[in-house]
Ligand binder design. Structure first.
Ligand code: FAD
Length: 372
């Protein structure tokens, strides 16, 4: 997958080399989400990746986002996912008909002064998105929101949230609308980050809303439309998460191959032993398949074709091969594969995260089987 301009490739490469790689081990050690990588991303323009040029962004395409996801995740999927989640909100609001969204909030998101996120999941509803209980009740001039969200990327420091809430429980998914929530307003309370096994930069956590008032102009999508919007945009997310998995696998495999060429056992390089060579050859083939599935889904999204099935294939396959693939690379490097500075442990935690975000592997099987 190539970038639309070489300049964009350079930005991503420089950000990865200068910001992620020198810091990721410390961020992991501290077990915290460090907001500085989002601020730094603004210096490289990356928070405006998909915002059109005439609105102050880089004017990149969905294919650029997928290429960035794949390359940057070789250093950290957690950082990449957090960055993309914030830029998604910047891009969405830059096209809003509400001038406060497009001209005040979107530029602040692109500059890294504000951080964005998307909130569907709740403590009691994940896979079953239609079962969310956060309520939105109509009142004069706006909506009153109450409820709790959990497992939200960037919840550690998000300021601007695209949040889904139920306006009429009797209507099921048709009652779900989306709202812009400003974490600086009364009624918003941030919780602690979830203490997870790794990938802390993703900043996953929760928050609650108590009689939070959203003016009418902050209702982003009407009941019913919001659910459909979420179901369409999630195909894009599944595709770039699959690309992130391909990036992690590439990095893990490159390291295992280099190690196998340099390290000897029983009088020859490790890689000359058939058992290891074949394991890595199988893995290289799987990585190639993942790249192809991802490219197909990305092409569908880029051209406006229906991507439900192709995105589900890519995400399901990524969810199944990445954890065992990274584990095999750790094994191929012996004890050295366990060292933190290989980033293989970080990739392993992130590969596990990727098997949940934007729909679990089991939910991908459900999607695929719905076409039978
Ligand atoms: C680090 C991280 C970041 C995240 N970021 C965000 C975010 O930014 N925004 C957001 O809204 N959400 C986010 N999520 C939440 C993610 O979307 C959910 O974790 C995911 O949808 C699964 O929901 P759950 O964890 O509640 O699992 P559950 O729905 O409780 O499911 C538990 C298990 O049962 C399986 N299962 C459920 N139903 C079925 C079924 N019908 N058939 C077979 N198996 C089934 C699931 O696959 C899973 O393995 C994030 C999650 C993580 C881990």
């Amino acid at each position: 997958m190539n970038y639309s301009t070489p300049r964009l490739a350079e930005r991503v490469a420089h950000y990865t080399q200068e910001i992620i790689l020198p810091n990721i081990l410390n961020w992991e050690k501290n077990r915290t989400a460090d907001r500085s990588f989002l601020t730094a991303a603004a210096d490289f323009g990356l928070l405006g990746l998909e915002t059109p040029l005439d609105k102050g962004g880089l004017g990149g395409s969905f294919l650029d986002k997928v290429a960035m996801a794949r390359e940057m995740s070789q250093a950290s999927m957690a950082v990449t996912f957090a960055l993309i989640n914030s830029q998604n909100i910047a891009a969405r609001l830059s096209g809003s008909p509400v001038s406060r969204h497009a001209e005040e909030i979107a530029p602040l998101l692109r500059s890294g002064k504000l951080v964005g996120c998307t909130a569907l999941t709740e403590p009691s509803a994940g896979s079953d998105f239609a079962a969310i209980q956060t309520s939105a009740t109509k009142t004069a001039g706006g909506w009153i929101l109450n409820g709790e969200k959990a497992w939200i990327t960037n919840a550690a420091h998000a300021d601007i949230i695209m949040l889904y809430a139920q306006t009429d429980p009797e209507k099921g998914w048709r009652g779900i609308a989306s709202f812009l929530i400003d974490a600086r307003n009364p009624g918003f309370k941030r919780g602690d980050c979830h203490d997870i096994l790794g990938g802390h930069s993703i900043g996953a956590g929760g928050f609650s809303l108590t009689d939070y008032f959203a003016p009418d102009e902050d209702r982003l999508a009407a009941p019913g439309d919001a659910f459909k919007y979420a179901m369409t945009s999630i195909n894009g997310a599944r595709t770039y998460v699959a690309a992130m998995c391909a990036g992690m696998l590439r990095n893990a495999l490159d390291q295992a191959i280099t190690y196998g060429k340099e390290r000897t056992s029983f009088g020859q390089p490790l890689l000359q032993h058939q058992g290891l060579k074949w394991t890595l050859a199988d893995l290289a083939t799987e990585r190639e398949c993942l790249d192809l599935l991802t490219a197909k889904a990305a092409h569908h999204i880029h051209t406006g074709a229906d991507a439900v099935l192709s995105a589900a294939y890519a995400k399901k396959y990524a969810g199944e091969i990445t954890v065992p693939g990274v584990t095999a690379c750790i094994q191929a490097m012996g004890a050295n594969g366990l060292k933190a500075d290989t980033l293989l442990g970080h990739h392993l935690a992130c590969a596990k995260i990727a098997a949940y975000t934007d729909g679990s592997t089991e939910m991908m099987k459900e999607r695929i089987a719905a076409f039978f």
